[in-house]
Write a protein that binds this ligand. Sequence first.
Ligand code: NI
Length: 182
Amino acid sequence: MAILRVARIGHPVLRQVAAPVPPDQLASASIQALIEDMLETVEEYDGAGLAAPQVHRSVRIVVLRLRSDEDLRVWVNPVLTPTSERLSVTMEGCLSVPGMRGAVARPAEVRVEALERDGSPVALLLSGFPAVVAQHECDHLDGIVYIDRVLPRSLGYVEEHRRYGSPLVRGELGSDLQGEEE
Ligand code: NI
């Protein structure tokens, strides 16, 4: 077990499309060790989730906590499908963009299909914060970072948002946007 170094934006690994994990390699010592290290790393950094490219491994694995009272989940080769045309706006942050937050509009509901770390398939319908975390983490597998999707004028430092209120709370993004704080 090890706490891994998190890549920050500017590192090319965050921009690669990650490779699927061949199901027959999922039980291998190297993949299981990577999963263990990702779980340890996301706990250490107190993140809501972490994708393998963020720890310099370009494979399709994410670990994430959908609800604060739940254990971390592991999804291998996740596929997300939006199931609603409604968008919801949330202030997001990312361990690869330390100290910053910005508002992102995403589909309010998604269906997730993935493998768990033991290879068993899982299918879930998510809404609210879990849908946001799922989309944010799975975006990393396609080389997409939330700041690519951030609403104009919403990006700021966590400390300033705390001091002056986030742009969502201040209503600076337009009254048509319904938002919530993460
Ligand atoms: Ni992230």
